[in-house]
Design a protein around this ligand. Structure first.
Ligand SMILES: C=C(O[C@@H]1C=C(C(=O)O)C=C[C@H]1O)C(=O)O
Length: 240
């Protein structure tokens, strides 16, 4: 049987899943695993270079035969602490925003919030200077106090909609064997259940609380409310 190709995210938020995969024993013989930045994970799943990805939800719009295969995700039920707009000005005065080339979901989340929540028409740039910028993942750790205006995009989404949020979900681009999917979920669950051990393996930082991040800020269960949020979010992305 050929191996199932899996792309996971190379950020700290994925360490619990990586821990489960590291301890998965003979299940590892069934998969070929890579760790990628979210935009590459999306591209690989869209281009059928992998079969499963921890894929930014915004990329589901580009995967016609997508199947969410896990009850775990990269989500939030309050401030997530690693997805921000950092700004020199209050958001009401911002006229240009630089996007994060590693992101697919959060760039779209910034666009959705600016248009439908803050009701602002701004200019988005990929490169160069702007009044504010989107940044995600580990590169944001310790930066919260370094800018005059800081917007946590999970927190803003929750204020806007009253819903939690899911940034990335485990999805396949084709139907997969049911037994394999069940085993995969058990592996992910093992990692989520061992987050205390995961934190112990990480290099501590004095500018960022990794324990709080992996136990309180990133919220892993893909609940009904988060599924509702995905549907609402994708509808708003389509309406942009
Ligand atoms: C919470 C986060 O969620 C991430 C945000 C993503 C995106 O914006 O496309 C994709 C995957 C997740 O890792 C984060 O990276 O900080």
């Amino acid at each position: 049987m050929s191996k199932i190709r899996v792309s996971a995210v190379s950020y700290t938020n994925t360490k619990p899943f990586a821990y489960g995969l590291k301890h998965a024993g003979s299940f590892l013989d069934k998969i070929e695993l890579s760790y990628d930045i979210p935009s590459d994970c999306a591209a690989k799943l869209i281009d059928n270079k992998v079969d499963i990805g921890l894929v930014p939800v915004a990329a589901l719009l580009n995967i016609p035969d997508n199947h969410i295969i896990s009850d775990y995700c990269i989500g939030a039920i309050g401030p997530v602490n690693s997805v921000f707009i950092f700004s020199e000005k209050p958001i009401r005065e911002v006229s240009s925003v630089k996007l994060d080339s590693q992101s697919r979901t959060s760039n779209n989340l910034a666009k959705v919030l600016l248009k439908f929540y803050w009701e602002k028409d701004v200019h988005f740039v990929e490169e160069g200077i702007a009044d504010a910028f989107v940044e995600i993942g580990d590169r944001t750790f310790g930066k919260k106090d370094k800018y005059p205006f800081v917007y946590d995009l999970a927190e803003e989404w929750i204020s806007f909609t009253g819903l939690p949020f899911a940034f990335a979900v485990w999805a396949s681009n084709k139907p997969l064997d049911k037994e394999f999917v069940e085993e995969f979920n058990q592996v992910l669950k093992f990692g989520i259940d061992h987050r205390e051990d995961v934190v112990k393996e990480l290099e501590p930082r004095d500018d960022f609380d990794l324990h709080d991040y992996l136990t309180n800020r990133i919220d892993y269960p893909l609940t009904e409310r988060k599924r509702e949020a995905i549907t609402k979010f994708l509808g708003l992305v389509r309406a942009l």
